[in-house]
Write a protein that binds this ligand. Structure first.
Ligand SMILES: [Zn+2]
Length: 79
């Protein structure tokens, strides 16, 4: 079995509609998701991303998830 490392940088790509400002996450799980005004549509999953709408109208927004230095404290529950 191939060993997979899970330490690659996590990038979150959004597609932003300049008309209404809606941001749609790239992974829509194979569902066509439109922005509020309907000018931009995204249909994506882990294997492909399809974009609908005028190419010049959309903006690719890549958000890199920041990992906090201080780990979030775990809330332990005792039952
Ligand atoms: Zn829009």
């Amino acid at each position: 079995m191939p060993t997979t490392t899970d330490t690659k940088t996590k990038k979150d790509t959004y597609f932003k509609c300049p008309q209404c400002g809606n941001e749609i996450f790239w992974n829509t799980r194979k569902q066509m998701v439109f922005c509020q005004c309907g000018a931009l549509g995204v249909d994506g999953c882990e294997y492909y991303v399809r974009l609908v709408g005028d190419g010049k109208d959309r903006k690719e927004v890549i958000k890199i998830a920041k990992t906090p230095k201080n780990p979030t404290p775990k809330i332990s529950k005792r039952v």
